[in-house]
Write a protein that binds this ligand. Structure first.
Ligand code: FAD
Length: 407
């Protein structure tokens, strides 16, 4: 935890969660820029909302960005590769599979727990003399003019004034920065919650990620290290408390029923946590010298496992633009950020929203249509390839970091 060495910065990042910390690491070589990260919760505290018990599927595109940040070799040590993805619909015939070999990549993605990726990011930031990490500190007020942004933060119980040329909002779905800028966000309550837990199963997962669509919502089993699988089970929000309160045996039985026996019996389940699911999208990514990234710009349903992967592409774009201009908050630079990110975001929103609608619908007719679609997809390699490229984050234009190259 650093004390601010001065109060005037080139860049201030509000929020040092998964995305804010990733941006700080992406700016590691920008030593001529003074940077501060304002984070409300200490990394290892129970209240830290970003580096929690969640386990994320990093897609292949995310691997490349971590390579560009010089952190991939450390992440690889704690990551489990996804060799194939198996998609099925409970109660219907029809399934489709996507294989890493067919896509000519070593793995379709990698599964990592947030605490391990957080630790790697935090250790890197600690080594960077040009970055001040202010924590626990939170944003209180914000004003801006043509040349700078002035903010007040509460840092260790004191109010401090800071200024910068570029302010990045990486403070999550409820972004205070976004509110203080007066930016509207569209949001839609899905009426669903994701229950997460880790399980041990009778048979090894062999690197297969299962996405199964059930009458209560999508259910994912992602391969983890130590022969475990990470479970993300989407349920009706009204059933959330009831499922959380089930004793271990009853919960295991309910999960087993929904998932089936592809991995044999579920032997052990870990702690459970629930996340009510709301879609949120900020149409305007920029206001003056302030720009939104990560969940502050878009929070997505986890069915497609794309939230952080998409956000990393925000990070890669922002970092490259910052590295190529003297004034990191120049309006032309931020307009370019908006223009470059908008298409990709829209594509991922559409894909995620369609998956939620198609696979959370209990209609009998739609159930059959879904089963036919899975069978067709299995028989159409070209379409499967397109879907795989999108999920791996390898469609559309790629800047240097997205190709795995350092800035
Ligand atoms: C169940 C579940 C499963 C998921 N699975 C996947 C997956 O497999 N793959 C994937 O790519 N994505 C996945 N996601 C999405 C992913 O978790 C998010 O995209 C990612 O965590 C967003 O990170 P963030 O840093 O933008 O926001 P957050 O994680 O919300 O972090 C915001 C940070 O800002 C800080 N903060 C907030 N307000 C202030 C303030 N006023 N001042 C200072 N600091 C502040 C907070 O303390 C926090 O550290 C999943 C999400 C869920 C819910």
């Amino acid at each position: 935890m650093n004390k601010p060495k001065n109060s005037a910065y080139d860049i201030i990042i509000i929020g040092g969660g998964m995305v804010g910390a990733s941006l700080a690491c992406a700016l590691a070589e920008q030593v001529d820029k003074k940077i501060a990260v304002i984070e409300a919760h200490a990394f290892e505290s129970d209240s830290q909302p970003s580096f929690d018990d969640r386990v994320l599927a990093f897609n292949y595109g995310a691997r490349r960005i971590w390579e560009a940040m010089g952190l991939w070799s450390q992440l690889a040590e704690v990551a489990e590769p996804i060799k194939s993805i198996h998609v099925s619909d409970r109660g219907h015939f029809g399934a489709t599979r996507i294989h890493a070999d067919e896509e000519h990549v070593p793995a379709l993605g990698y599964v990592v727990d947030n605490r391990s990726s957080g630790k790697i990011l935090m250790q890197r930031i600690e080594q960077l003399a040009h970055i001040d990490w202010l924590c626990p500190a939170s944003l209180k007020s914000l004003q801006q003019d043509e040349c700078s942004v002035q903010i007040e933060i509460e840092h260790q119980g004191n109010i401090q004034s800071l200024s910068c040329r570029l302010l990045i909002a990486a403070d999550g779905a409820q972004s205070k920065t976004r509110q203080l800028c007066g930016l509207q966000s569209l949001h839609q309550d899905y009426g669903q919650a994701a229950i997460i837990t880790n399980v041990e199963t009778e048979y090894p997962h062999q690197g297969v990620a299962y996405e199964r669509f059930t009458d209560s919502g999508p259910l994912a089993f992602l391969p983890m290290t130590k022969k475990r699988s990470s479970v993300v089970w989407t349920v009706d929000v009204h059933a959330m408390d009831q499922i959380l309160e089930l004793d271990n045996d009853a919960f295991t039985e309910a999960l087993q029923q929904r998932f089936g026996y592809r991995l044999g019996r579920i032997i052990k389940t870990g702690r459970r946590h629930a996340y009510p699911l709301v879609y949120r999208e900020t149409e305007q990514l920029v206001k003056g010298r302030v720009a939104m990234i990560g969940n502050a710009a878009h929070s997505l349903h986890p069915v497609s496992g794309q939230g952080y992967n998409l956000a990393l592409r925000d990070v890669a774009e922002m970092a490259e633009l910052i590295a190529s201009h003297d004034d990191p908050g120049h309006p032309l630079l931020l307009a370019e950020y908006h223009a470059k990110r908008y298409q990709d975001m829209r594509r991922v929103y559409r894909l995620t929203d369609s998956l939620v609608k198609i696979f959370s619908n209990r209609s009998f007719t739609l159930g059959h249509a879904r089963a036919s679609a899975l069978i067709m997809l299995d028989m159409m390699p070209a379409l499967r390839h397109l879907l795989a490229r999108q999920s791996m984050g390898l469609l559309g234009r790629m800047n240097k970091m997205m190709r795995g190259l350092p800035l």
